[in-house]
Design a protein around this ligand. Sequence first.
Ligand code: NAD
Length: 295
Amino acid sequence: MSTIAFIGVGNMGGPMARNLLKAEHAVTAFDLSASVLEPVLKAGAKKAATANEAVTDADIVVTMLPAGQHVRSVYLDNGILGAAKKGALLIDSSTIDIDSARIVHAAAEKAGFDFLDAPVSGGVGGAEAGTLTFMCGGSEKAFARGLPALEKMGKRIVLAGGAGAGQAAKICNNMLLAISMIGTCEAFVLAEKLGLDPQKLFDIASTSSGQCWSLTTYCPVPGPVPTSPSNRGYAGGFASALMLKDLKLAQAAAQSSGATTPLGAEATQLYSLLAAKGQGGLDFSGIIKMLRGEI
Ligand code: NAD
């Protein structure tokens, strides 16, 4: 089993690292926060004093950090690229801006490393259950090398294309998801005003052309889909604040690439407003409460 260095063991990285340990990989972990390291060490990981120390003997390095600036600082500027073992495979699973992903890719390649940008979807529940989807950007060789370890943490591992393609797939998907959720919420809000039973709207739209994941899996009104966060006061699920982060990344990418995304821009505005009202912790389907004027 390969030796893996895991940098950033927070909400997502912690359970991902534990799944690698369960699969009998030797894991060396590092995080700036001692409290999140604790459960990973208890599960059998070796502790490292710095990120660079963690990667010295690793065959594979996985990073799971908040944003592009953290990823750049950990890899570049006397970071992992100067400290990792020759021939190690480097995988960044953080959700970050495409420019940062491409900068780190290019620097890794120059330093002789295979690198994958491999952001995930599936949330903390998927990280714990080992059922994440990994969207990968990089070479076929890097993908083939990473697959066995990624399969210990996820159920669906897809090579989306070259450098940055994983991040591109993630933000395009999530921009579409935000737009479809807002559309679904608007349909229910209008139905309520028109006196149409929400269950009837669900029964009809879910088997008609309005059908989408936001309706059939994450239905924003309680009742029709018992497992959707709307049935538990919009707690858990995919936090609006994380959706906003992805929408901002999508808008930045749209701007730098010259893509026209007016609905993506509008969705960003609406989720910003929800966050400004102190509701960033609500599941993203909770935006229906704002559309109803309840918050
Ligand atoms: P988190 O804040 O819980 O974990 C990030 C960890 O990185 C923290 O423990 C922090 O101390 C550590 N860290 C920051 N800088 C560091 C450094 N220089 N060296 C070492 N450790 C450092 O965040 P999370 O929820 O685990 O999310 C991680 C990434 O996954 C983010 O990019 C996020 O957008 C993405 N993501 C999160 C979810 C989710 O549901 N939480 C879902 C999909 C993707």
